[in-house]
Design a protein around this ligand. Structure first.
Ligand code: ZN
Length: 268
């Protein structure tokens, strides 16, 4: 059981995480980190970060090759495969499988949502989901230039192989959509260490935590929900709803990223 990978980028990321990042080194690392009290969280963080980062590097390389050579043509395929071998270090044994997953992720990054799908999701949002899935602001469906304008946001970003399909698009206000930025693939991406607030931070300090960190906490909650309930990230976001005020999970522990939450604990 794990989360349902809705997009080709997530499938590539899962392949990297569960096959190419497999090994006893993680167990040793966890043992080494036991004293932090965050050993399993930190190991999960490093694995996720490594898998997402590698996914991003693969997709960027494929996209830039596609600007010079026809995507999927023999020259493109040859050079892309060679890049996976020589730059990213995949062995001859592994390269065929990684190449197949990578090629699909690059194709996803090159496509945009069809007009028909945009219309369909907009109509659905107007009736069924008129608030931003992150900050819960009511969205403006008429005005296109305001902070609260309706947009469709890729849950798994296009730049990381996120397909432009219904299962990967959520209604977001334009402020949240642009805050998340295209390189923000997962909860593991922000500087986790910079969210180290010491013991017992004041409520005001928790209030000052800004949008991108709120997003990371929210995304991680959905990620955990999706794994626990064997569903896609989109379904997880729909279930857990928008974020709430940030609070500590455990008042008696240090306030770092892993001890903060901004969702209803009833879901976990
Ligand atoms: Zn928003």
């Amino acid at each position: 059981m794990g989360l349902v990978a809705a997009t080709d980028g997530e499938k590539l990321c899962d392949l990297l995480n569960h096959k190419h990042l497999e090994g006893g080194a993680w167990v040793e690392l966890a043992a080494l980190l036991r004293r932090t009290g965050r050993d399993s969280h930190l190991v999960e963080f490093f694995r996720e970060l490594a898998a997402v980062n590698t996914t991003g590097r693969i997709v960027v390389a494929g996209r830039s090759l596609s600007e010079q050579y026809e995507f999927g043509g023999p020259v493109f395929d040859g050079l892309f495969r060679e890049h996976l071998r020589s730059v990213l270090g995949f062995t001859n044994r592994d390269v065929d499988e990684v190449f197949r997953f990578s090629r699909r992720a690059v194709a996803a990054a090159l496509e945009s949502p069809t007009k028909g799908l945009q219309r369909q999701l907009r109509n659905w949002a107007e009736v069924r989901h008129s608030h931003c899935y992150m900050c819960n602001v009511p969205m403006d469906f008429e005005e296109t230039e305001s902070h609260t304008s309706f947009t469709l946001e890729h849950v798994w970003p296009r730049a990381y192989g996120g397909n432009s399909i219904a299962e990967n698009l959520m209604p977001a206000c334009s402020a949240c959509n642009s805050n998340k930025k295209r390189h923000f693939a997962t909860w593991a991406m922000p500087a986790v260490q910079s969210l180290l607030l010491g013991l017992s931070p004041t409520p005001q300090r928790l209030d000052e935590i800004d949008g991108s960190f709120k997003f990371a906490l929210h995304y991680r909650a959905a990620h955990r929900f999706a794994i626990l309930n064997h569903c896609s990230r989109k379904n997880a976001f729909l279930k857990i709803g928008p974020w709430t005020d940030i609070r500590l999970r455990d008042d008696d522990d240090v306030a770092d990223f892993f001890n903060l939450e901004n969702h209803d604990p009833a879901y976990f």
